[in-house]
Design a protein around this ligand. Structure first.
Ligand code: HEM
Length: 470
């Protein structure tokens, strides 16, 4: 008898769960168009993301092509509303009180750095920004130009010999940009190369984040338990914490010797903000040591993530468009920045001559516009609202497909926006809408590293051209 009752209860529970899931994943009248999702996996399987058949930016372009400027995409078990027009982006980015950073943007990052700027919102985010932002402004980082040039020279000497065929350029670019972050943010030579321990640890971290990200939440929890007992992951975690500890201690020693000097780099600003009592009631109360550690890791991971693909895309586009390389060199020649027979060394790069290289700047803009370095950003609605007649409920996720907007033919007039044409920024598209090109996102959660990324890209690319790479 008892067995029958237990079996009946089991069947009822399973049926109720099934009905609940069926309803949760079924379209309701008035929903935006989209592809019918699978339970738990949403559109990840039918769009080919799960199997690796399709790239995310291509899926978002295809969906826009089929369903128009507003559609829905199920990111696993999360229904996201996707808005593809500039006007949508403008509304969402401008309303910082209704749309904040979504946890989906960096899911699983909480596992590594729970106090990272990437994950924070509200007063805690403001407290962190107060320390980080001033150190990432152009006026501060321009002082590191010479160091970036030296890193670029080391990279070129070690990796880009003429006649050599490169199979590991991404890895070389990762080493370069992590070394730059080491010098600029921490005043430290990480001396990253293919076999360095820090790089291997970042790589392990990264691959676990990627591996866990698309999993439905139930498997993700299992994944998190798995990581707790995974020696490779735990080894990487220990290495990072040891490194962060060392950086903080070295800076503390420096600061005890020179009192009251304004911070020169990020680590100096972080260490001088140290306050174990820091709290969100006082935005200027500084950061705790756990928060400082997590921000150090965030910066190291960002050195590894955003920049290398952008550099690689430049190398790709430049190799496909020799006429662009030629024009860049002509511009360098006009500004006396190319090597001549009379000169024994490469002419130095300064902030002034770098800013006068207009065509080179157009090339970098075009790389960032056309290359899907970061394809989308997600915001979460903090209250019920309406965007372009679409009702959005509190807690719902809103997608802005950055690459779709960057390449939308309605906003670019000089040439086909799917083509690599840097000249567009000198012609009709010179005064394009500011949101027609948003590789760094927008609004209050736009990329804080944008100025650093620009300076790095421009310096490294110009240096490659000066040193005659083709
Ligand atoms: C070409 C290189 C880079 C690209 C394309 C890029 C792009 C982006 C994008 C699209 C976002 C999300 C913005 C949004 O949600 O509206 C972002 C956020 C962020 N980026 Fe970058 N980024 C790059 C380099 C860097 C670098 C070098 C750093 C390190 C200093 C950095 C630090 C950050 C941080 C901390 C955030 C989170 C900001 C927040 O949530 O408040 N990025 N980036």
């Amino acid at each position: 008898m008892e067995l029958i009752i237990v079996a009946t209860l089991f069947v009822i529970v399973i049926t109720l769960i099934y009905i609940y899931l069926k309803r949760a994943y079924s379209p309701s009248p008035g929903d935006l168009p989209g592809v019918k999702p699978h339970i738990f996996f949403g559109n990840l399987i039918n769009s080919g993301i799960w199997t690796g058949e399709s790239a995310f930016h291509q899926v978002l372009l295809d969906y826009q092509h089929h369903f128009g400027d507003k559609f829905q995409y199920w990111l696993g078990s999360h229904r996201c509303l996707v808005f593809c027009r500039i006007e949508h982006a403008q509304t969402i980015f401008a309303d910082r009180y209704t749309f904040d950073n979504s946890p989906l943007n960096n899911s699983n990052f909480d596992l590594f750095c729970p106090n990272s700027l990437l994950l924070l919102t509200g007063a805690k985010w403001k407290r962190h920004m107060r320390i980080l932002l001033p150190m990432l402004k152009l006026a501060k980082i321009i002082g590191h130009l010479e160091t970036i040039v030296q890193c670029a020279d080391r990279f070129i000497d070690q990796n880009l010999h003429s006649g050599q065929i490169h199979r590991d350029l991404l890895s070389c670019c990762e080493s370069l940009t992590m070394n730059v972050i080491g010098f600029v943010a921490f005043g430290c030579d990480f001396d990253i190369h293919a076999n360095s321990q820090i790089k291997k640890a970042v790589h392990d971290f990264e691959s676990y984040v990627r591996w866990l990200s698309p999993l439905p939440w139930i498997f993700r929890w299992l994944g998190k338990i798995y990581l707790k007992y995974n020696w490779k992951y735990q080894r990487a975690s220990r290495l990072f914490h040891g490194l962060a500890q060392k950086l903080v201690e070295e800076e503390q020693n420096k600061q005890s010797e020179m009192e009251n000097e304004p911070p020169k780099n990020l680590i100096a600003a972080l260490v001088s903000s140290l306050n174990e009592e820091a709290n969100d009631e006082q935005v200027s109360s500084g950061l705790t040591s756990a928060e400082i550690f997590d921000e150090i890791l965030t910066m190291i991971l960002f050195g590894y993530e955003g920049m290398p693909p952008a550099l690689l895309w430049f190398i790709f586009f430049a190799s496909k468009n020799p006429q662009v390389q030629q024009k860049m060199k002509e511009e360098l020649r006009e500004h006396h920045l190319l090597m001549t027979n009379n000169l024994k060394c490469v002419p130095p790069l300064t902030a002034n001559n770098l800013s006068s290289l207009t065509y080179c700047e157009c090339v970098i803009k075009e790389v960032l516009r056309l290359a899907p370095v970061i394809e989308y950003t997600i915001r979460i609605a903090t209250c019920d609202t309406i965007v372009d007649d679409v009702k959005i409920h509190r807690g719902q996720n809103v997608f802005i497909p950055l690459h779709n907007i960057n390449t939308d033919a309605r906003y670019w007039h000089h040439a086909d926006p799917q083509q690599f044409v840097p000249e567009r920024f000198l012609a009709e598209d010179k005064n394009h809408h500011p949101l027609a090109m948003i590789p760094f996102g927008g609004g209050h959660r736009a990329c804080v590293g944008e100025k650093l990324a620009w300076l790095q890209l421009k310096t490294i690319i110009v240096r490659m051209m000066q040193r005659g790479l083709n």
